[in-house]
Design a protein around this ligand. Structure first.
Ligand code: GDP
Length: 137
């Protein structure tokens, strides 16, 4: 059984599709082990995306991620990390396969609806960034 971190980004929260996105996870056999809506601070977003700090899009990414509340969840299930990445679709919604979350709900590479951990090692780091063990069931 694996756990991975999902973030429903500010664009999707603003579009009122939180329930639709969580339903996709559940319909694919993943379980929402915990979830909460939070407003990230600039420091939160910079720390969360620290691996990208040298990239040209870092400032845009941080300002987008703090532009409104996000919904962070821990997803649990068999192959949860890879399954979530498959459900999300490609980073750029223009390249995302039809029926994926980004194909259906994302507008651009910045406003691309969801984040998902890209390795089990990062999943553990990202889950611990947002949640205490006693919040995950
Ligand atoms: P992900 O794992 O599919 O979310 O993609 P990455 O970890 O590579 O990038 C993190 C986030 O940075 C993406 O979800 C995008 O929102 C943003 N991003 C990545 N590449 C680019 C880019 O070339 N331009 C812009 N503007 N944003 C990008």
């Amino acid at each position: 059984m694996e756990r991975t971190l999902s973030i429903i980004k500010p664009d999707a929260v603003a579009k009122n599709v939180v329930g639709k996105i969580l339903t996709r996870f559940e319909d694919a056999g993943l379980r929402v082990a915990t979830t909460k809506k939070i407003q990230l601070s600039q420091a939160d977003a910079e720390a969360f995306y620290a691996v990208h700090k040298e990239r040209g899009f870092f400032a845009d990414l941080v300002s987008f991620m703090i532009s409104g509340p996000v919904v962070v969840s821990v997803l649990e299930g068999e192959n949860a990390m890879a399954k979530n990445r498959e459900l999300m679709g490609a980073t750029n919604p223009k390249d995302a396969v039809a029926g994926t979350i980004r194909a259906d709900f994302a507008d651009s590479i910045d406003a691309n609806a969801v984040h998902g951990s890209d390795s089990l090692e990062n999943a553990e780091i990202e889950i611990n960034f947002f949640f205490a063990q006693r919040e995950i069931f």
